[in-house]
Design a protein around this ligand. Structure first.
Ligand SMILES: [Zn+2]
Length: 333
């Protein structure tokens, strides 16, 4: 089953943060990029290990290269273990998290409930889910709301503590448990990785675990090397959501197909939707706010008149071509 697009009506309010906190977010990305630029040069593609050639562009100080073999988009540097520790272990990078924790119920309802619905449309049987990298437990909460037995495993202690208040004993801390034992003990059929795979030092580990464990399904959401990355590249004052910071590399249709072939799995459900056009809209509005602060309200009103209503329609063109900024897909052994 292939599904396209989704409505942004309920989501605009949540995403308002990207407008209001542009400066803070941009500063954070630049800081992370600076640390990333100090890592070793990446010689081989993160997905297929082919030798990387010439870079396509430099975005917020980081060169990016499309792999000639599998078309994966790679950042110029290695995302070393140390770099990952810096990103995910401490407290310091949770300032954006404050907002993500504040609108908890709204995020569960508008962002995670549709994901669970999609999952239920594809896998019609009763299943046990383990959400890997479950953060504050939003997806687990949405699963429980829809009567799916779910648990979440998270590496970051702060997020784990927060999740405990929401999903109680179903929140597991990664260093306190053994992933393989959890899968066995709780008879997990499906592991979900919602915007997690791109953050792992070695994404191959997940597919190797999938092959040898009792898991039957993986539900994966990843950001894609889409139209958004080209927009971001030419709006230097706007926070890049797609590429940069902790997103040091991005998937493409072709690099996912490479993984499919390598690990011999079947894709049983796909959902393509994106924020490419919302990103374009945001980049224009935010840039104007900075360049012409005194006229910002009039500008936005006029710009909304000519563009706002077309956002969803324009996005659906990109979604239908399977070129959107997000892909959610379910794989089966
Ligand atoms: Zn490659």
């Amino acid at each position: 089953m292939i599904k396209f697009s989704k409505s942004y009506k309920n989501i605009h309010k949540i995403k308002q943060n990207y407008f209001d906190f542009n400066y803070e977010e941009l500063t954070q990305i630049k800081k992370i990029n600076k640390i990333y630029a100090k890592q070793k040069i990446r010689k081989n593609c993160k997905i297929c290990s082919s030798k990387l050639k010439k870079s396509l562009m430099v975005s917020f100080g980081i060169p990016y290269i499309f792999c000639n073999n599998c078309n994966h988009l790679n950042g110029r540097y290695e995302d070393s273990k140390k770099f990952h520790e810096h990103l995910y272990s401490g407290k310091k990078n949770l300032n954006f998290g404050k907002l993500y924790l504040k609108n908890y119920n709204e995020i569960v309802k508008n962002i995670h409930h549709p994901k669970v619905k999609f999952l239920k449309q594809i896998i019609k049987k009763k299943i046990n889910i383990l959400d890997y990298g479950s953060g504050a437990g939003h997806f687990v909460k949405a699963c429980l709301d829809q009567k799916i037995n779910a648990r979440g495993i998270e590496k970051n202690l702060q997020l784990h503590k927060f999740a405990k208040n929401k999903i109680y004993e179903r929140a597991l801390l990664e260093k306190e448990v053994n992933l393989e034992e959890i899968i066995e003990d709780y008879k997990i059929d499906c592991m979900s990785l919602i915007f997690v795979l791109e953050h792992l030092p070695d994404p191959h580990k997940i597919f190797k675990l999938f092959k040898k464990s009792r898991l039957k399904y993986l539900y994966i959401s990843v950001p894609m090397a889409s139209f958004s990355i080209f927009i971001e590249n030419v709006f230097p004052r706007v926070y890049p959501r797609q590429l940069g910071g902790s997103h040091t590399h991005l998937f493409t249709k072709e690099s996912l197909m490479y993984l499919k072939k390598k690990y011999k799995f079947k894709i049983i459900g796909e959902w393509w939707f994106g924020t490419d056009i919302v990103d374009l809209y945001r980049n224009i509005v935010v840039t104007n706010n900075i360049l012409n602060p005194s006229n910002k309200n009039i500008f936005k009103k006029k710009f909304d008149n000519v563009f706002f209503d077309s956002i969803e329609k324009l996005q659906s063109i990109i979604d239908k071509k399977k070129l959107s900024s997000e892909l959610h897909f379910i794989i089966k052994k």
